[in-house]
Design a binder for this molecule. Sequence first.
Ligand SMILES: Nc1ncnc2c1ncn2[C@@H]1O[C@H](COP(=O)(O)OP(=O)(O)OP(=O)(O)O)[C@@H](O)[C@H]1O
Ligand code: SF4
Ligand SMILES: [Mg+2]
Length: 336
Amino acid sequence: MREPATPPLLRVQGASVEYKRGDRTVVQAVNDVSFELRPGEIVGIVGESGCGKSTLAKGIMGLAPLSAGSVEFDGTPVGRLGRRKRDERLLPVQMIFQDSAAALNPRRTIGAQISEVIASRVKHRGEQGVNVVNEIADLLRRVGLPPAAAMKYSHEFSGGQKQRIALARALASKPRVLVADEPISALDASAQAYAAKLLVEVCRAEGIALLFISHDLAVVRAITERVIVMYLGRVFESGPTRGVWAEPKHPYAQALINAIPVPDGSGRRPETLVGEVPDPSNAPAGCVFHPRCPVRFAGCDTEEPVLIQLGGSRAAACRLLEAPAGPPLAAVTSDS
Ligand SMILES: Nc1ncnc2c1ncn2[C@@H]1O[C@H](COP(=O)(O)OP(=O)(O)OP(=O)(O)O)[C@@H](O)[C@H]1O
Ligand code: SF4
Ligand SMILES: [Mg+2]
C-alpha cells in the first residue's frame, strides 16, 4: 500500500492579485497561481523583475488582498489583513525580505525586539516556564551571533548581521513556513552565500518549509528542492529543481536557465533573453510570452496556453506541449 502523501502546510489555489494605479488602470500582478508547500520543503520562485514574485509573497502573507483564489495555512484561510491584527493562528507563517534589516527599530535593543515576538507567541500558545533571556541567546546563537548582541542596537551591525537578526526575530515565533523574498540580494556578494546557507540550515534543522524568492538562479538551484518559474504573474513551469534545470520544458524557463553566466571565468552568457517583461496592465494577447518567444508559432498570439501536468510532479504552460507546433510566427528580434 502506498504511504499517504504528507498534507500540505500552505495551499495556494488560483490566487490572483490586482493593483489599481493612480490613473485607474488595473495591474494584474499575480494571475491564477496555485501550488502547495509541504512541511520542511524548500521551494524556489524565480522570474525576471516585475513578474509578480513579491506580490505573490504579499498575497500569501495577507499583505495584499487576493482578487480571486485562496491561501490556506494548515487549513486556516489567510484573509486580507487590512487594519485588523494578523490572525494569531497565522503566527507560524513568517516573512523575511530584502529590507528586513531596515525594518529593525533603531531605538530598541535587539533583545527587546526579539522578546516582543517571544511574548506574543507565549501569549497565543499559553506556553509556561519560558526563559526569555535564554531563548534570545539561543536564537542569536542559531544565526551565528553571540548572545551579547541582544544588548546592542541595529546600527552596531553590518548588513549581513542585521539580516541574521531579522531571521532570529522571525524564528522567535517558531515558524513552520518562512516566506523569504530576496532575503540575500541586499547583501555584499561575500555575505550572500553564507546567508543563504544559514537560512537553509536553520530551516532543515527545524523542519521549516521555506519559500525562497530570488532572481539569483544559481542560488535557487543550489538550495531548493522544487522550483516555480513565474512570468507576468503566471506560473510557466514548476517541478523538482534538478529536473527543471536539466531539461526545462518551457521556452521561458529554457531562456532563463541558459541566461545564467557560464562559470568558466569568461562572464559569457550563453544566450540572451530578448526584450523586457511587458507591463501587466497591458499584457500581450494569447501566450503573454509570445512577443519574446524564440519558438512561437501560429496561434501563440491568440491562444492562451494552459498549465499541463507532465508527470514526475512537473508542469508547464506552453502550447508546444499541447499539440504539434504549426508554422512559426515571424522571428523574434530585439525590438519585437
Ligand atoms: N503597489 C503597486 N501598485 C501598482 N502596481 C504595482 C504595485 N506593486 C507592484 N506593482 C506592479 O506589479 C507587478 C509585479 O511586481 P512585483 O513587485 O510583485 O514583482 P517582482 O517579481 O517581485 O519584481 P522584483 O524582482 O523587481 O522584485 C509589476 O509590474 C509592478 O510594477
Ligand atoms: S505558447 Fe507559444 S509563445 Fe508561448 S511559450 Fe509556448 S511556443 Fe512560446
Ligand atoms: Mg520583488
